[in-house]
Design a protein around this ligand. Structure first.
Ligand code: HEM
Length: 421
């Protein structure tokens, strides 16, 4: 049996967390190169941790076919989110998942589409859209409104002040959150930020409580009708999770990457014209955006037993950090892995969608994936129907990966209306 390359180092002094946080992509690339292996061990968060950047090995981890792993998020985020599915394992997690999935089945998703359409139409008609805008900020405002309207029935049109208060609370709550789902304590927050986040959590839970009592037939009511929905903690904490700023940030991350890639095809402006109607073209761009720019760098697992992965034994008690970013750039899975080539999804990788791990995969894969896909397609279609988008020249397009991937600096674009109004 092969030994995992690298060293788990001595407690504390051998810890590599600081090096990782400084530049996670550089860190992973450095050790993968040094050990000539896409799987290596290092001490991280003072725990022996196996970093995995091989596409097939990440698959094995996420499939967890022998049920030998726990999700490794509880110790970092439980206080800030309260108990929820992300901190639950085994049969209990399976039961919560089956219940929550009812909120994201085909019939439920249909009922959300009207809200998404209305918000996107309204936001795209706002006059300030026509100036030079920061793409990420535009997307974040839009996605925040979509998520809070959908999951908490917040009325941005008729109760603007309340909506602003809720947005501010979710931002304060977010600042106390470490990094999800990678779940690593970023040295960004001091004690007072954390306490403010806990206070924001309490305020949000009070708002959630009121929303659940309203006589509507929206998400805060629907969640009470599914199995476990009658349990206060279950519905409150999952509403808190779904309304967290994390979700709009991840959505905006993908949308921003998409817009930047399409807007860069200025020489071939035909792409911008076709992308709204040519679903195949749009999907190939979306898949390539997911591959190169996943919102989350990766995720974590804790081994409950010794586990064999790619011929290596990962001992019980060790952590695994699966690195989606690297798995998506594994040359064994994708030729020219660093190049943005949407056409690969129509030829060499036509049947390889399962190699994309942006939403996880297997028994703990994302339950919101189809909803996300619907929202993103709606935004893109309407955005490119209404505007031609041009990036300001000479901008820094480099990205940061933590806590949620996005351009390091504001990326500005001009949104020129196609149809005068
Ligand atoms: C662009 C947006 C999103 C991205 C990139 C994303 C990504 C992910 C990933 C990677 C995981 C797997 C974590 C792991 O296995 O380590 C996950 C799990 C999960 N996602 Fe999402 N997600 C997104 C949006 C959403 C939305 C909109 C919802 C629901 C409102 C949602 C609900 C969940 C839940 C409940 C889990 C945990 C499932 C379980 O533990 O069994 N996500 N997501």
């Amino acid at each position: 049996m092969a030994t995992i390359p690298g060293s788990a180092g001595l407690p504390l002094i051998g810890d590599k967390s600081y090096e990782f946080y400084k530049d996670p992509v550089k860190f992973v690339n450095k050790y993968m190169q040094q050990y000539k292996s896409r799987l290596f061990i290092a001490r991280f968060l003072n725990k022996p941790t196996v970093f995995i950047g091989s596409n097939s090995a990440v698959h094995e981890i996420l499939a967890d076919s022998e049920s030998c792993m726990d999700l490794g998020y509880k110790q970092f985020m439980e206080e800030i989110y309260g108990d929820n599915i992300l901190f639950t394992d085994g049969d209990a997690a399976f039961n919560l998942r089956s219940a929550l999935l009812q909120l994201f089945n085909e019939d439920s998703l249909k009922t959300y589409q009207d809200t998404v359409d209305k918000i996107v139409d309204k936001k795209l008609m706002q006059p300030n859209f026509e100036e030079q805008c920061c793409i990420y900020e535009v997307m974040k405002r839009l996605c925040t409104e979509i998520c809070l309207s959908l999951f908490l029935d917040v009325d941005f049109e008729n109760a603007e002040d309340m909506a602003k208060t809720i947005v501010n609370l979710t931002t304060t709550h977010w600042h106390g959150i470490i990094s999800v789902p990678i779940a690593i304590k970023l040295p960004l927050t001091d004690g007072s930020t954390y306490n403010k986040a806990l206070h924001a959590k309490e305020q949000l839970l009070k708002i959630i409580h009121c929303k659940k009592k309203a006589a509507e037939d929206k998400f805060p009511q629907k969640i009470q009708e599914i199995p476990h929905g009658g349990e206060e903690m279950f519905s409150n904490n999952h509403l808190l999770l779904f309304t967290s700023a994390l979700v709009p940030k991840a959505l905006s991350s993908l949308l921003t990457s998409f817009v930047i890639e399409v807007a860069q095809t200025q020489g071939d402006s035909d792409i911008q014209d076709r992308i709204q109607t040519d679903t195949e073209l749009m999907n190939s761009y979306l898949l390539e955006v997911q591959r190169l720019y996943p919102p989350f760098l990766g995720g974590r697992r804790i081994m409950k037993e010794d586990v064999m992965v790619n011929g290596y034994k990962i001992p019980k008690g060790h952590a695994v950090l699966y690195v989606t970013y690297s798995a998506h750039r594994d040359p064994k899975a994708f030729t020219d892995p660093g190049d943005f080539k949407p056409e690969r999804w129509n030829n060499s990788n036509a049947n390889d969608q399962d190699k994309l791990l942006c939403f996880g995969s297997g028994p703990r894969g994302c339950i919101g994936q189809t909803l996300v896909w619907n929202i993103i397609q709606t935004v893109i279609k309407k955005l490119f129907q209404r505007f031609h988008i041009k990036l300001q020249e000479g901008q820094d397009l480099n990205r940061k990966m933590l806590p949620v991937s996005r351009p390091k600096n504001n990326v500005l674009a001009e949104f020129t209306p196609r149809i005068p109004h």
